[in-house]
Design a protein around this ligand. Structure first.
Ligand SMILES: *Cc1c(COP(=O)(O)O)cnc(C)c1O
Length: 394
Protein backbone atom coordinates (compact mmCIF):
# COMPACT_ATOMS: atom_id res chain seq x y z
CA UNK A 1 0.00 0.00 0.00
CA UNK A 2 1.26 3.45 -0.94
CA UNK A 3 1.85 5.43 2.19
CA UNK A 4 -0.23 8.38 1.15
CA UNK A 5 -3.67 7.58 -0.21
CA UNK A 6 -4.81 9.33 -3.37
CA UNK A 7 -8.49 10.16 -3.04
CA UNK A 8 -10.17 10.59 -6.41
CA UNK A 9 -13.76 9.94 -5.33
CA UNK A 10 -15.01 13.39 -4.34
CA UNK A 11 -18.31 12.90 -6.19
CA UNK A 12 -19.13 10.16 -3.64
CA UNK A 13 -18.25 12.30 -0.67
CA UNK A 14 -15.64 14.79 0.51
CA UNK A 15 -13.72 15.12 3.77
CA UNK A 16 -14.91 17.90 6.08
CA UNK A 17 -12.83 21.07 5.70
CA UNK A 18 -11.04 21.75 9.02
CA UNK A 19 -12.47 25.31 9.11
CA UNK A 20 -15.96 23.93 8.60
CA UNK A 21 -15.41 21.46 11.42
CA UNK A 22 -14.14 24.28 13.60
CA UNK A 23 -17.36 26.23 13.00
CA UNK A 24 -19.47 23.19 13.90
CA UNK A 25 -17.75 22.04 17.08
CA UNK A 26 -19.26 24.49 19.62
CA UNK A 27 -22.75 23.36 18.60
CA UNK A 28 -22.14 19.79 19.76
CA UNK A 29 -21.19 20.72 23.31
CA UNK A 30 -21.17 24.39 24.23
CA UNK A 31 -24.36 25.56 22.51
CA UNK A 32 -26.28 22.32 22.54
CA UNK A 33 -29.80 23.60 23.12
CA UNK A 34 -32.88 22.79 21.06
CA UNK A 35 -33.68 25.74 18.78
CA UNK A 36 -37.35 25.42 19.74
CA UNK A 37 -36.59 25.91 23.46
CA UNK A 38 -37.27 29.25 25.05
CA UNK A 39 -34.24 29.35 27.38
CA UNK A 40 -30.79 30.78 26.73
CA UNK A 41 -29.31 27.54 25.33
CA UNK A 42 -32.23 27.24 22.93
CA UNK A 43 -31.92 30.85 21.84
CA UNK A 44 -28.21 30.38 21.09
CA UNK A 45 -29.04 27.40 18.87
CA UNK A 46 -31.83 29.32 17.17
CA UNK A 47 -29.43 32.19 16.52
CA UNK A 48 -26.99 29.77 14.83
CA UNK A 49 -29.83 28.42 12.72
CA UNK A 50 -30.90 31.93 11.69
CA UNK A 51 -27.33 32.88 10.80
CA UNK A 52 -26.89 29.72 8.73
CA UNK A 53 -30.14 30.41 6.90
CA UNK A 54 -28.99 33.95 6.15
CA UNK A 55 -25.66 32.68 4.81
CA UNK A 56 -27.11 30.05 2.47
CA UNK A 57 -29.80 32.46 1.25
CA UNK A 58 -26.97 34.79 0.26
CA UNK A 59 -25.24 32.02 -1.72
CA UNK A 60 -28.48 31.07 -3.52
CA UNK A 61 -29.74 34.64 -4.03
CA UNK A 62 -33.04 33.94 -2.29
CA UNK A 63 -34.82 34.90 0.94
CA UNK A 64 -34.37 33.05 4.23
CA UNK A 65 -37.98 31.86 4.18
CA UNK A 66 -37.33 29.98 0.97
CA UNK A 67 -34.77 27.67 2.64
CA UNK A 68 -35.80 24.33 4.16
CA UNK A 69 -33.01 22.49 5.95
CA UNK A 70 -33.05 18.74 5.32
CA UNK A 71 -31.09 15.63 6.20
CA UNK A 72 -29.21 15.67 2.88
CA UNK A 73 -29.57 15.39 -0.88
CA UNK A 74 -31.82 12.35 -1.00
CA UNK A 75 -34.27 13.86 1.45
CA UNK A 76 -34.29 17.16 -0.43
CA UNK A 77 -34.98 15.43 -3.74
CA UNK A 78 -37.79 13.38 -2.20
CA UNK A 79 -39.36 16.45 -0.60
CA UNK A 80 -39.13 18.36 -3.89
CA UNK A 81 -40.40 15.67 -6.25
CA UNK A 82 -43.04 14.01 -4.07
CA UNK A 83 -43.89 17.14 -2.12
CA UNK A 84 -44.51 19.34 -5.17
CA UNK A 85 -46.33 16.64 -7.15
CA UNK A 86 -48.63 15.54 -4.32
CA UNK A 87 -49.45 19.12 -3.31
CA UNK A 88 -50.49 19.99 -6.86
CA UNK A 89 -52.62 16.88 -7.26
CA UNK A 90 -54.34 17.79 -4.00
CA UNK A 91 -55.21 21.12 -5.65
CA UNK A 92 -56.79 19.26 -8.57
CA UNK A 93 -54.07 19.99 -11.10
CA UNK A 94 -52.83 17.53 -13.74
CA UNK A 95 -50.63 14.65 -12.74
CA UNK A 96 -47.82 14.33 -15.27
CA UNK A 97 -44.19 14.47 -14.11
CA UNK A 98 -41.00 14.50 -16.22
CA UNK A 99 -37.57 13.42 -14.95
CA UNK A 100 -34.39 12.94 -16.96
CA UNK A 101 -33.06 9.42 -17.49
CA UNK A 102 -29.76 10.23 -15.79
CA UNK A 103 -31.13 11.56 -12.49
CA UNK A 104 -29.71 10.29 -9.21
CA UNK A 105 -31.75 7.42 -7.76
CA UNK A 106 -33.13 9.82 -5.14
CA UNK A 107 -35.09 11.53 -7.93
CA UNK A 108 -35.69 8.46 -10.12
CA UNK A 109 -37.04 6.36 -7.28
CA UNK A 110 -39.16 9.23 -5.95
CA UNK A 111 -40.66 9.49 -9.46
CA UNK A 112 -41.23 5.71 -9.46
CA UNK A 113 -43.10 6.11 -6.20
CA UNK A 114 -45.30 8.73 -7.86
CA UNK A 115 -45.92 6.39 -10.81
CA UNK A 116 -47.10 3.69 -8.38
CA UNK A 117 -49.34 6.30 -6.82
CA UNK A 118 -51.09 6.97 -10.14
CA UNK A 119 -49.00 9.77 -11.62
CA UNK A 120 -48.00 9.66 -15.26
CA UNK A 121 -44.20 9.76 -15.32
CA UNK A 122 -42.07 10.43 -18.41
CA UNK A 123 -38.39 9.49 -18.19
CA UNK A 124 -36.79 11.89 -20.65
CA UNK A 125 -33.86 10.45 -22.66
CA UNK A 126 -30.56 12.32 -22.96
CA UNK A 127 -28.33 12.52 -26.02
CA UNK A 128 -25.17 10.42 -26.46
CA UNK A 129 -23.11 13.12 -24.72
CA UNK A 130 -25.34 12.88 -21.65
CA UNK A 131 -27.19 16.17 -22.12
CA UNK A 132 -30.91 16.87 -21.87
CA UNK A 133 -32.03 18.64 -25.05
CA UNK A 134 -34.49 21.46 -24.29
CA UNK A 135 -36.29 20.74 -27.58
CA UNK A 136 -36.89 17.16 -26.43
CA UNK A 137 -38.25 18.48 -23.14
CA UNK A 138 -40.53 20.92 -25.01
CA UNK A 139 -41.93 17.93 -26.93
CA UNK A 140 -42.53 15.96 -23.74
CA UNK A 141 -44.41 18.76 -21.93
CA UNK A 142 -48.19 18.31 -21.85
CA UNK A 143 -51.02 20.49 -20.59
CA UNK A 144 -51.20 18.14 -17.54
CA UNK A 145 -47.48 18.40 -16.72
CA UNK A 146 -46.99 19.77 -13.21
CA UNK A 147 -43.32 19.12 -12.47
CA UNK A 148 -40.00 18.68 -14.26
CA UNK A 149 -36.88 17.44 -12.45
CA UNK A 150 -33.51 17.72 -14.22
CA UNK A 151 -30.23 17.65 -12.32
CA UNK A 152 -27.81 20.58 -12.59
CA UNK A 153 -24.72 18.38 -12.97
CA UNK A 154 -24.53 14.62 -13.17
CA UNK A 155 -22.67 12.76 -10.42
CA UNK A 156 -21.33 9.99 -12.68
CA UNK A 157 -20.36 11.64 -15.96
CA UNK A 158 -20.28 15.26 -14.79
CA UNK A 159 -22.45 16.66 -17.57
CA UNK A 160 -23.85 20.12 -16.87
CA UNK A 161 -27.45 20.51 -17.97
CA UNK A 162 -28.91 23.67 -19.55
CA UNK A 163 -30.98 24.42 -16.43
CA UNK A 164 -31.69 28.08 -17.20
CA UNK A 165 -33.09 27.16 -20.63
CA UNK A 166 -35.13 24.34 -19.08
CA UNK A 167 -36.33 26.70 -16.36
CA UNK A 168 -37.39 29.36 -18.87
CA UNK A 169 -39.25 26.82 -21.00
CA UNK A 170 -41.13 25.39 -18.02
CA UNK A 171 -41.96 28.81 -16.58
CA UNK A 172 -43.52 29.78 -19.91
CA UNK A 173 -45.76 26.71 -19.65
CA UNK A 174 -46.53 27.16 -15.94
CA UNK A 175 -44.68 23.99 -14.94
CA UNK A 176 -42.61 23.76 -11.74
CA UNK A 177 -38.92 22.85 -12.03
CA UNK A 178 -36.72 21.07 -9.50
CA UNK A 179 -32.99 20.71 -9.97
CA UNK A 180 -30.76 18.36 -7.99
CA UNK A 181 -27.74 20.64 -7.59
CA UNK A 182 -25.80 18.38 -5.23
CA UNK A 183 -22.71 18.24 -7.47
CA UNK A 184 -22.64 21.97 -8.24
CA UNK A 185 -21.21 23.84 -5.22
CA UNK A 186 -17.62 24.93 -5.74
CA UNK A 187 -17.88 24.31 -9.49
CA UNK A 188 -20.99 26.12 -10.73
CA UNK A 189 -22.92 29.28 -9.76
CA UNK A 190 -25.98 28.63 -7.59
CA UNK A 191 -28.11 31.74 -8.20
CA UNK A 192 -31.72 30.50 -8.28
CA UNK A 193 -32.92 33.55 -10.24
CA UNK A 194 -30.43 32.94 -13.04
CA UNK A 195 -31.27 29.22 -13.01
CA UNK A 196 -35.03 29.98 -13.13
CA UNK A 197 -35.92 27.03 -10.90
CA UNK A 198 -38.62 26.65 -8.24
CA UNK A 199 -36.90 23.95 -6.21
CA UNK A 200 -33.20 23.21 -5.77
CA UNK A 201 -31.66 20.56 -3.51
CA UNK A 202 -28.15 20.49 -2.01
CA UNK A 203 -26.18 18.41 0.46
CA UNK A 204 -23.20 19.41 2.59
CA UNK A 205 -21.03 16.31 2.28
CA UNK A 206 -20.26 16.73 -1.43
CA UNK A 207 -18.67 20.13 -0.81
CA UNK A 208 -16.44 19.64 2.25
CA UNK A 209 -19.28 19.75 4.78
CA UNK A 210 -20.69 17.05 7.07
CA UNK A 211 -22.85 14.09 6.03
CA UNK A 212 -26.55 14.20 6.92
CA UNK A 213 -27.20 17.90 6.36
CA UNK A 214 -28.70 19.54 3.31
CA UNK A 215 -31.26 22.01 2.12
CA UNK A 216 -34.11 22.47 -0.29
CA UNK A 217 -34.73 25.88 -1.84
CA UNK A 218 -38.49 26.38 -2.26
CA UNK A 219 -39.48 29.43 -4.28
CA UNK A 220 -42.11 31.55 -2.56
CA UNK A 221 -45.60 30.31 -3.43
CA UNK A 222 -44.50 26.85 -4.58
CA UNK A 223 -46.99 24.21 -3.41
CA UNK A 224 -45.25 21.61 -1.24
CA UNK A 225 -46.64 18.75 0.84
CA UNK A 226 -44.33 17.94 3.77
CA UNK A 227 -42.92 14.42 3.67
CA UNK A 228 -42.00 14.27 7.36
CA UNK A 229 -44.84 15.11 9.73
CA UNK A 230 -44.38 16.22 13.29
CA UNK A 231 -43.44 19.54 14.86
CA UNK A 232 -43.68 22.94 13.26
CA UNK A 233 -39.98 23.28 12.37
CA UNK A 234 -38.90 24.79 9.04
CA UNK A 235 -42.26 26.60 8.72
CA UNK A 236 -44.08 23.26 8.83
CA UNK A 237 -42.29 21.99 5.75
CA UNK A 238 -39.92 19.56 7.52
CA UNK A 239 -40.59 18.33 11.04
CA UNK A 240 -37.88 17.26 13.46
CA UNK A 241 -35.34 18.90 15.74
CA UNK A 242 -32.87 20.69 13.50
CA UNK A 243 -29.35 19.25 13.10
CA UNK A 244 -27.76 22.46 14.35
CA UNK A 245 -24.06 21.49 14.04
CA UNK A 246 -24.76 19.96 10.61
CA UNK A 247 -26.61 23.05 9.41
CA UNK A 248 -23.82 25.32 10.69
CA UNK A 249 -21.40 23.10 8.75
CA UNK A 250 -23.57 23.20 5.64
CA UNK A 251 -23.67 27.01 5.68
CA UNK A 252 -19.91 27.27 6.24
CA UNK A 253 -19.18 24.75 3.47
CA UNK A 254 -21.49 26.40 0.92
CA UNK A 255 -20.16 29.87 1.71
CA UNK A 256 -16.57 28.72 1.30
CA UNK A 257 -17.39 26.80 -1.89
CA UNK A 258 -18.91 29.92 -3.42
CA UNK A 259 -16.08 32.21 -2.26
CA UNK A 260 -13.47 29.94 -3.82
CA UNK A 261 -15.43 28.77 -6.82
CA UNK A 262 -13.47 30.48 -9.59
CA UNK A 263 -10.01 29.44 -8.39
CA UNK A 264 -11.17 25.97 -7.28
CA UNK A 265 -12.83 25.29 -10.64
CA UNK A 266 -9.72 26.47 -12.51
CA UNK A 267 -7.47 24.23 -10.43
CA UNK A 268 -9.79 21.23 -10.89
CA UNK A 269 -10.03 21.88 -14.62
CA UNK A 270 -6.25 21.91 -14.98
CA UNK A 271 -5.85 18.59 -13.14
CA UNK A 272 -8.80 16.99 -14.93
CA UNK A 273 -7.42 17.88 -18.36
CA UNK A 274 -4.06 16.43 -17.38
CA UNK A 275 -5.76 13.21 -16.34
CA UNK A 276 -8.09 12.89 -19.34
CA UNK A 277 -5.45 13.75 -21.93
CA UNK A 278 -2.89 11.56 -20.20
CA UNK A 279 -5.15 8.51 -20.11
CA UNK A 280 -6.46 8.90 -23.66
CA UNK A 281 -2.85 9.31 -24.85
CA UNK A 282 -1.39 6.37 -22.98
CA UNK A 283 -4.18 3.77 -23.01
CA UNK A 284 -5.31 2.40 -26.35
CA UNK A 285 -9.04 1.67 -26.68
CA UNK A 286 -9.99 4.15 -24.00
CA UNK A 287 -12.58 6.92 -24.20
CA UNK A 288 -14.23 9.69 -22.20
CA UNK A 289 -17.87 9.27 -21.12
CA UNK A 290 -20.07 12.38 -21.21
CA UNK A 291 -19.70 15.66 -23.05
CA UNK A 292 -16.10 16.79 -23.50
CA UNK A 293 -16.76 20.41 -22.48
CA UNK A 294 -20.15 20.68 -20.76
CA UNK A 295 -18.85 18.84 -17.72
CA UNK A 296 -17.91 19.48 -14.12
CA UNK A 297 -14.31 20.70 -13.83
CA UNK A 298 -13.44 17.81 -11.49
CA UNK A 299 -15.02 14.87 -13.36
CA UNK A 300 -13.21 12.39 -15.58
CA UNK A 301 -15.28 9.28 -16.39
CA UNK A 302 -13.19 7.03 -18.60
CA UNK A 303 -14.04 3.83 -20.43
CA UNK A 304 -11.66 0.97 -21.21
CA UNK A 305 -12.54 -1.69 -23.78
CA UNK A 306 -12.30 -5.30 -22.67
CA UNK A 307 -11.92 -4.76 -18.92
CA UNK A 308 -14.28 -4.48 -15.99
CA UNK A 309 -14.24 -1.22 -14.09
CA UNK A 310 -14.53 -3.15 -10.83
CA UNK A 311 -11.26 -4.99 -11.56
CA UNK A 312 -9.50 -1.70 -12.27
CA UNK A 313 -10.82 -0.30 -8.97
CA UNK A 314 -9.42 -3.24 -7.02
CA UNK A 315 -5.96 -2.84 -8.57
CA UNK A 316 -6.05 0.92 -8.03
CA UNK A 317 -7.02 0.39 -4.40
CA UNK A 318 -4.02 -1.90 -3.94
CA UNK A 319 -1.74 1.02 -4.76
CA UNK A 320 -3.70 3.48 -2.63
CA UNK A 321 -5.85 5.14 -5.29
CA UNK A 322 -9.57 5.56 -4.55
CA UNK A 323 -11.97 5.88 -7.50
CA UNK A 324 -15.48 4.64 -8.38
CA UNK A 325 -17.08 2.65 -11.13
CA UNK A 326 -20.39 3.23 -12.78
CA UNK A 327 -21.68 -0.19 -11.89
CA UNK A 328 -23.32 -1.57 -8.80
CA UNK A 329 -22.79 -5.15 -7.71
CA UNK A 330 -26.21 -6.66 -7.08
CA UNK A 331 -26.38 -10.35 -6.14
CA UNK A 332 -22.98 -11.09 -7.61
CA UNK A 333 -23.61 -9.74 -11.09
CA UNK A 334 -22.61 -6.32 -12.36
CA UNK A 335 -25.54 -4.05 -13.06
CA UNK A 336 -24.43 -1.46 -15.60
CA UNK A 337 -24.95 2.16 -14.56
CA UNK A 338 -28.34 3.54 -15.66
CA UNK A 339 -26.54 6.75 -16.62
CA UNK A 340 -24.09 5.09 -19.01
CA UNK A 341 -26.86 2.91 -20.45
CA UNK A 342 -28.89 6.09 -21.07
CA UNK A 343 -26.01 7.38 -23.23
CA UNK A 344 -26.58 4.36 -25.47
CA UNK A 345 -23.62 2.31 -24.24
CA UNK A 346 -23.68 -1.48 -24.17
CA UNK A 347 -23.54 -3.17 -20.74
CA UNK A 348 -19.92 -4.20 -21.46
CA UNK A 349 -18.87 -0.66 -22.33
CA UNK A 350 -20.69 0.67 -19.27
CA UNK A 351 -19.05 -1.89 -16.99
CA UNK A 352 -15.63 -0.97 -18.35
CA UNK A 353 -15.88 2.57 -17.02
CA UNK A 354 -14.17 4.26 -14.08
CA UNK A 355 -15.04 7.62 -12.54
CA UNK A 356 -12.26 9.80 -11.18
CA UNK A 357 -13.61 12.84 -9.31
CA UNK A 358 -10.98 15.29 -8.16
CA UNK A 359 -10.89 17.60 -5.18
CA UNK A 360 -9.02 20.09 -3.06
CA UNK A 361 -6.38 17.67 -1.78
CA UNK A 362 -5.21 16.49 -5.21
CA UNK A 363 -1.94 17.58 -6.79
CA UNK A 364 -0.32 17.27 -10.21
CA UNK A 365 2.06 14.78 -8.71
CA UNK A 366 -0.87 12.55 -7.75
CA UNK A 367 -2.38 12.74 -11.23
CA UNK A 368 1.01 11.86 -12.69
CA UNK A 369 1.20 8.85 -10.39
CA UNK A 370 -2.19 7.65 -11.68
CA UNK A 371 -0.96 8.13 -15.24
CA UNK A 372 2.09 6.04 -14.41
CA UNK A 373 0.31 3.07 -12.81
CA UNK A 374 -2.97 2.91 -14.74
CA UNK A 375 -1.80 1.97 -18.27
CA UNK A 376 0.11 -1.17 -17.22
CA UNK A 377 -2.86 -2.20 -15.07
CA UNK A 378 -5.22 -2.05 -18.02
CA UNK A 379 -2.71 -3.97 -20.11
CA UNK A 380 -2.41 -6.67 -17.45
CA UNK A 381 -6.18 -7.01 -17.11
CA UNK A 382 -6.62 -7.24 -20.86
CA UNK A 383 -3.96 -9.93 -21.08
CA UNK A 384 -6.05 -12.20 -18.86
CA UNK A 385 -9.39 -11.53 -20.54
CA UNK A 386 -10.15 -14.50 -22.77
CA UNK A 387 -11.02 -13.43 -26.27
CA UNK A 388 -10.28 -9.73 -25.81
CA UNK A 389 -9.65 -8.34 -29.25
CA UNK A 390 -8.88 -4.69 -29.70
CA UNK A 391 -11.94 -3.18 -31.39
CA UNK A 392 -12.41 0.13 -33.06
CA UNK A 393 -14.21 2.57 -30.83
CA UNK A 394 -15.33 6.07 -31.74
C1 LIG B 1 -24.85 12.30 -3.48
C2 LIG B 1 -25.97 12.73 -4.34
C3 LIG B 1 -27.29 12.75 -3.88
C4 LIG B 1 -27.68 12.24 -2.52
O1 LIG B 1 -27.23 13.07 -1.49
P1 LIG B 1 -27.16 12.48 0.01
O2 LIG B 1 -26.84 13.66 0.85
O3 LIG B 1 -26.05 11.46 0.00
O4 LIG B 1 -28.48 11.89 0.32
C5 LIG B 1 -28.28 13.23 -4.72
N1 LIG B 1 -27.97 13.66 -5.95
C6 LIG B 1 -26.73 13.67 -6.44
C7 LIG B 1 -26.46 14.19 -7.80
C8 LIG B 1 -25.68 13.19 -5.66
O5 LIG B 1 -24.44 13.16 -6.16
Amino acid sequence: MRERQIYLDHASTTPVDPEVLEAMLPYFTQYAGNPSSIHHAGRMALQALDDAREQVALVLGCTRREIVFTGGGSEGANLAVKGAALAQRARGKGAHVIVSAIEHHAVLHAAEYLAHDGFDVTVLPVNAAGLVEPEALAQALRPETILVSVMYANNEIGTIQPIAAIGALCRERGVLVHTDAVQAPGSLPLDVEALKVDLLSLTAHKCYGPKGAGLLYVRRGTPLLPQINGGAQERRRRAGTENVPGIVGLAAALTRAEERRISYAAQMHMLRERLIEGVLDRVPQSWLNGDRNQRLPNNANLGFAGVEGESILLLLDQVGIAASSGSACTSGSLEPSHVLVALGMSPDEANGSVRFSLGASNSREEIDYVLEVLPPMIERLRAVVPGYEPIAHG
